[in-house]
Design a protein. Sequence first.
Length: 382
Amino acid sequence: MTEIIEIPYIAGDGTGEDIWNASKEPLEEAVIKAYGGDKRISWIEMLAGEKALEKTGKLIPEETLDTIRRYKTVIKGPLTTPVGGGYRSINVYLRQIFDLYVCVRPIRYFKGLPSPLKRPEKIDMVILRENTEDLYKGIEWKAWTDEAKKVIKFLGEEMGVSLSEDYAIGVKPISKPGTVRFTRWGIDYAIKNKRRSITVVHKGNIMKYTEGGFRDWAYEVAGEYRDYISFSGEEGKILFNDRIADNMFMQAILRPGDYDVLLCPNLNGDYLSDACAGLIGGLGVAPGANIGDNVAIFEPTHGSAPKYAGKDVINPISFLQSAAMMFSYMGLDRASTILTTAIEDTVNEGIMTYDLARQMEGIVPVRCSEFGMEVAKRIKGL
C-alpha cells in the first residue's frame, strides 16, 4: 500500500509561482524514485503574502498558521511584505510566532557552479544563525521622535551616556538563555552530521557584553560536550574555536576549507550567509531552513523578485535544495540524496538559468521550467 506523505507548501509571491511550478515534479519524482512508488507526496497549499491578502484580506490567515502548527514541517517560496501590511516582514513574523530560533544556511560548492575563487571545491560550510535575538528583535526608534528623545534622556540622566537628539536609537539584545539553546542545537547538529569544527563568529572585541557574551556563553555550553568537543584540535573530536566577524569574512574567501560550521549571532549570520553564497554562484543556489523545537520551515534564501514574476527565468535551485534539506529533516534521506544528485548532474552538464549562465562562458541559459524538467529527467534516469 502506498504511503501518502502530506506536505504543506506556500508557493510564494513574485517569482514564487514560477519556482514552485518548476520544482513540483522533481520533488515528487525524487520520492517516487527513492522508495519505488511506495511513498508519494500529497501537497497541501497554504496562503500567505500578497495572494493571501488579495483572497482573505490578511497577509497570514489563521488557517495557514493552524496548518503549520498541525503539520510542523513546511516548504515555502519567497514572500513580499506589502507596504502598510502590518508586519515588518512576513518571514520574520513566522520565525517569531513559531520561535524558529535557528537559521540553517548550507554553503557548498559542486562542480559546474561559477565561483570567483580558484579552489571553490574547498567550500563546504554550514552557517547557523540565531534567529530571534540581536537585530531581529526590531527594537529601534526614529531620530527626533518623542520615543527616541525619551531613550536619549534616560541614557543621559541615568546611564551617563551623552547623545544629542538627532540620533536614531536601536537596541541589540542578546541573552544567555537564547545563546545557550542555539549553541546546544548547533553542537548537536555538528555531532549528528559528523562535522569537523565549529567556529563562533562575533564582534566581542567591541561589543563586549552582547556579542562578547554570545562568545563566552557558547564556550560554556561547549565545555559540557567534552566527549565530542576539543578546544585544541584533539583528533577524533570537533574543534571548537572563534573568530572576530570582520576577520571571518576574509577567512571565508582566502581559506574556506579551514571552516565547517559557523555559529553566528543574527546580524553576522545574515551578512556571512549572503556573502558566502556569492562564492558558489549566488543566492539562486543557496538553500535555507528556519527551525525551532516544534516547527521547521524550509525556504529559498532569495527574495520574490517581482519584476521577474511570470517570466520563467529565475533559478529554482535554492528552492529545490531547500526541499532536499526538508526531505532529510523528515527522514526521507534517500529522496534527499537523489534530488541533490540530480541537481548537481544537471548543472555539471552546463544546464543552468541566466543568473549562473551569465557568470560562465559559452553557456546558453535555460528557463526556470526547463531546468526543473531537466532535473526531473535525471531523477528518472538514476
